[in-house]
Design a protein around this ligand. Structure first.
Ligand SMILES: [Zn+2]
Length: 95
C-alpha cells in the first residue's frame, strides 16, 4: 500500500517531542490507578514518519501503554521535571 511521506528536512531532529498525560483511572506501571497527583505531563520523543507505538517510553524513562495515556497538544497541568530535563534542545524560546 502506498504511504505518502513528506520528507521534511528538519535541521537536526528526526524525532518529534509530544506531550502525554496519563489517563485518570488507568493503571500505572506499578499497578496503582492513576490519580490526579499522577497526572503530570510527560514528554515522549516519537520517530517521525512512523505510527505511534503501543508501548511508549517517556523521556524520563517510564514505560507506558499507549492506551493509558492521552497525547496532548498543549501542556495542561504540571510538566514532569525529569522529562523537561531530557528534551533534546529547547522546544521554544523562553518567555
Ligand atoms: Zn516524565
Amino acid at each position: 500500500m502506498t504511504h505518502t511521506h513528506t520528507t521534511d528536512r528538519r535541521p537536526r531532529h528526526d524525532h518529534r517531542v509530544v506531550a502525554a498525560r496519563l489517563r485518570l483511572g488507568a493503571a500505572r506501571p506499578d499497578g496503582r490507578p492513576v490519580g490526579e497527583r499522577d497526572r503530570e505531563v510527560h514528554f515522549l520523543a516519537l520517530p517521525d514518519g512512523t505510527p505511534t507505538q503501543l508501548q511508549l517510553t517517556t523521556l524520563c524513562g517510564q514505560h507506558l501503554n499507549r492506551e493509558a495515556v492521552e497525547l496532548i497538544d498543549t501542556i495542561t497541568g504540571m510538566p514532569c521535571a525529569l522529562c523537561l530535563a531530557h528534551i533534546p534542545g529547547p522546544p521554544a524560546q523562553r518567555a
